[in-house]
Design a protein. Structure first.
Length: 332
């Protein structure tokens, strides 16, 4: 039975492996740790985390020896569905039973804590990982950077990222994306630009997450030329324009008073069939007012109403001022 289960696992026949395990149980055959491990891994791959926990519990009750591979499979199954508290319980069981842990163990636990917003636990686990003699890998570092970013601990996120780079761990897209998002919140546009260059030099594919976060960092830092530099560079990297990227770039131009460029970006969004939201539309109306284009301002307000956006009093005010200034200029 064990050999057949192992064969099913290797050929990705997860349900067949579980059926064989059930036949062993019903036949009252002695089930050893190898059979349990295979069944738990099959449950993980089949996205049946509850089944993984049931099997793990049965394994302990049956006094079969749990091992690192069994625990890792159960932890990974729970992590993938966001059951972070179950993950911590299993990890605690491993620690209490003095079982070996590896980078897979810590990586899965840290990813679960990251998704749960437990940034302090994630940082603690990175320290515990090193103290246990397990070399932190890309998954572990990425989880720390992401958890600190999500927990609004921007400085810790960036420090963890640069520690990752200095330790010669191979960077991955998730870590770079999270680090750039941390730069966005701290208005660290220069570091964001540096990280984008790092992605290009390391042959990582630039994506919309990194692009929008870097442009937002430039927006917050009033660096509209840098924002446009990223925007224009997207053509070479095949990153598609979206409403978040476009709105951030418009915001950067608006903050710097470059209304003409803001309108140009909005026009690009329209021509590339990017569905503008109320924020982008409001920014375009404001830009039209500053640029003295009252007709454009009225068109945009009408389009907002047609698209069922709710123009704010500020939006209406900008359109009215644009019309008022046009009348004043015509009368002089």
């Amino acid at each position: 039975f064990c050999a057949a289960m192992a064969g099913c696992e290797k050929s990705s026949e997860w349900q067949m492996a579980l059926q064989l395990f059930c036949q062993m149980s019903q036949g009252r055959l002695t089930i050893d740790s190898t059979a349990f491990s295979t069944a738990i891994r099959a449950s993980e791959k089949a996205d049946e985390w509850e089944k993984s926990l049931q099997l793990f519990g049965a394994m302990i009750q049956g006094k079969a020896n749990a091992n690192m591979f069994t625990c890792n499979a159960a932890i990974s199954a729970c992590e993938q569905v966001g059951e972070w508290q179950k993950v911590l319980q299993l990890f605690s069981t491993m620690m209490q039973g003095r079982l070996f842990t590896d980078s897979v163990t810590f990586g899965a636990v840290m990813c679960a804590c990251d998704k749960a917003g437990e940034w302090e636990r994630t940082l603690h686990l990175l320290t515990a990982m090193a103290e246990s003699g397990v070399e932190p890998n890309a998954v572990a570092y990425s989880a720390v950077v992401s958890a600190c970013w999500r927990g609004l601990k921007w400085q810790s996120a960036l420090l963890s990222f640069w520690s990752m780079k200095q330790s010669n761990v191979k960077l991955n897209t998730a870590a770079v994306d999270a680090a750039i998002c941390a730069c966005e919140k701290r208005c660290e546009w220069d570091q964001a630009m540096q990280l984008l260059s790092l992605m290009a030099c390391s042959a990582y594919d630039l994506n919309s997450v990194a692009s929008s976060a870097a442009i937002s960092a430039c927006e917050n830092g009033v660096k509209w030329k840098k924002a446009l530099q990223i925007l224009h560079g997207m053509d070479r990297t095949k990153v598609q324009m979206n409403v978040i990227i476009g709105t951030a770039a418009m915001g950067a131009c608006e903050n710097a008073g470059t209304w003409k460029q803001a309108l140009q970006i909005f026009n690009v969004m329209v021509h590339t069939e990017v569905e503008a939201d109320s924020i982008a539309s409001h920014a375009a109306v404001s830009a039209s007012k500053r640029h003295g284009n009252w007709e454009k301002a009225l068109q945009l307000v009408s389009a907002m109403v047609l698209n069922k956006f709710e123009p704010t009093t500020t939006t209406f005010g900008a359109a009215i001022i644009a019309c008022k200034e046009a009348v004043m200029q015509a009368s002089t």
